[in-house]
Design a protein around this ligand. Structure first.
Ligand code: G6Q
Length: 546
């Protein structure tokens, strides 16, 4: 049965039409309890969705949609280790990686928890050895710099977390992340590094990804040039599921940190892929990050839909995307430490839910994953907020901030927070033509000027935002936030009936480039593509001296 033929879906459409003309400021005026009704506290984390374009009836109908689409059953299958990633025939168990409760988690009858615990112990030991200086480079010098070589899921998560937790990593080595196959990324990084005290982490689930392997080979050559072949074992470790390929690279099994096929790339920062996080902030900090995610997992697994934060945010995502037509979603951290969060969420959301067919292979009959983008506040205010406030296109947005700063310049913090609150208020309230006219008249403009300028000063308002406010961005809070987003994405995918855990569009790229690579420096011009692609390849060949 298609989504749009569900009774709950049709009712939501009619309800949308019925409330279309009611401004959100009116909903606030009508209901003094609106903030209490539409906000949620999870310890110190406040999630306020009262500025969304919703009423109690909207949430009731969205709850019915969750029932009709079987979201809770889908969630339960994930937690139970079922092979819900059907196109790759895999379980989806990143939740097992941060589980603190006792008890087995089985995949095909095998309890994965002892494997998870052994891998985490291995990672913790090594991370703390690097930090304490017990693990040294080949010349017995202490490690000062760690370079993670990985891309996509093997880069974005750890890079974002290490950046977000900078204040917790001040005692650890300097961390660097190199992902791009563009040699500029590695070259510019290595120029500043001392080989004798640099450690490389090759992070690749498959250990075949073109970019990462190219960077790993070049990094190896750089190190060998300075310290000789024998030094490789002290300066390279691997995070992978492919033991044979790691061995072939010359990395001993004891320096390989494993994980499993049931950990998807973009869900892998909680696995051994988190090694750079543990090196940066220490094993105890990494444990706190996992514990935060586990807090959210337990809530997601047990709370009834109406009081379940990821469920509610996911259903609001469906409302904004499918019923209000918001085709892009902005992530706006008023938290400089979260500057990489939009890029991380782009992958999490767009790679998971950028799908056009349901689990059965039938076309999805509604638009799926929104385009996710964003920049930290207040920078964005001086750039793209114009479109958020006055553009005809509706954009939904998340605002995030810590109440307590983690840096040493606390006098800046009220400035930051006041901008956050003022923006969400203005996006919701808007300004009517009458209000704009009155303002201009009060400023002393004559009637002609008022009439001419007023339309430019109108703000439609009712722009839907969710505010997430927490005490401070510590590892546990970050773990909670990231798990919240993971499960929100899950809920949206479950409503759409798509597989949020495969990525055939990414796999395509891995194949295509390998076909063209030999043609760039072949004896003859390329002729096997369309005229544009042939033309581009052959122009590059000329410029490269062929
Ligand atoms: C994530 C994607 C993708 C993947 C990278 C790196 O969900 O599958 O971003 O993480 O392509 O893959 P490897 O870890 O295998 O190098």
């Amino acid at each position: 049965m298609s989504l749009t033929s569900l009774d709950a879906w049709k009712q939501l459409g009619r309800h949308r039409d019925a409330i279309a003309d009611v401004p959100v400021r009116q909903l606030f005026a009508d209901d003094p309890e609106r903030f209490a009704r539409f906000s949620f506290r999870f310890d110190d984390l406040l999630v306020d969705y009262s500025k969304q374009r919703v009423t109690a009836e909207t949430l009731r109908l969205l709850g019915e949609l969750a029932v009709a689409t079987g979201v809770e059953a889908a969630r339960d299958r994930m937690f139970a280790g079922a092979r819900i990633n059907t196109t790759e025939d895999r379980a989806v168990l990143h939740v097992a990686l941060r589980r603190t409760r006792p008890g087995a988690v089985r995949v095909d009858g095998h309890d994965v928890m002892p494997d998870v615990q052994a891998a985490r112990a291995h990672l913790s030991r090594f991370a703390d050895d690097v930090r304490s200086g017990r693990w040294t480079g080949a010349t017995s010098a202490r490690i000062t710099d760690v370079v993670n070589l990985g891309i996509g899921g093997s880069d974005l998560g750890p890079a974002m977390v290490v950046d977000a937790l900078t204040p917790y990593g001040r005692e650890g080595p300097r961390m660097h992340f190199v992902s791009n196959v563009d040699g500029a990324h590695l070259d510019e990084t290595l120029r500043r590094l001392p080989p004798a005290t640099t450690l490389f982490v090759i992070a690749s689930k498959t250990f075949t990804t073109q970019e990462t392997m190219a960077n790993a080979r070049s990094a190896r050559a750089w190190l060998v040039a300075a310290l000789g072949d024998a030094a490789v074992g002290r300066h390279f470790v691997a995070v992978s599921t492919n033991a044979a390929a790691v061995d072939a690279f010359g990395i001993a099994a004891s320096n390989m940190f494993g994980f499993w096929d049931w950990v998807g790339g973009r869900y892998s920062l909680w696995s051994s892929i988190g090694l750079p996080i543990a090196i940066a902030i220490g094993a105890a900090g990494f444990d706190a990050l996992l514990a935060g995610a586990d807090d959210m997992d337990r809530h997601f697994e047990t709370a009834p839909v109406a009081g379940n934060l990821p469920m509610v945010l996911g259903l609001l995502g469906i409302w904004n995307r499918n019923f209000l037509g918001a085709d892009t979603h902005a992530v706006l951290p008023y938290d400089q430490y979260l500057r990489r969060l939009p890029a991380y969420l782009q992958q999490l959301d767009m790679e998971s839910n950028g799908k056009g067919v349901t689990r059965d292979g039938a076309p999805v009959d509604v638009p799926t994953g929104p385009i996710v983008w964003g920049e930290p506040g207040t920078n964005g205010q001086h750039a793209f907020y114009q479109l958020l406030h006055q553009g005809p296109r509706l954009v939904s947005a998340d605002f995030l901030a810590a109440a307590e700063p983690a840096h040493g310049l606390p006098t800046h913090h009220p400035l930051l927070l006041s901008n956050f609150f003022a923006q969400t208020e203005a996006l919701m309230r808007g300004k009517t033509l009458e209000e704009a006219r009155a303002e201009l008249a009060a400023a002393g403009l004559d009637t002609d000027a008022v009439t001419r300028l007023a339309p430019h000063k109108v703000f439609p308002g009712s722009r839907p935002t969710t505010s997430l406010l927490y005490r401070r961005l510590d590892p546990r809070t970050l773990g909670r936030l990231l798990a919240l987003y993971e499960h929100k994405v899950f809920v949206m995918g479950a409503v759409w009936g798509i597989n949020s855990f495969d990525q055939w569009g990414v796999e395509l790229g891995k194949v295509l480039a390998n076909r063209i690579l030999p043609e760039l420096d072949a004896a003859a011009d390329a002729t096997g593509h369309d005229a544009s692609t042939n033309g581009l390849i052959n122009h590059a060949r000329r410029l490269r001296g062929h």
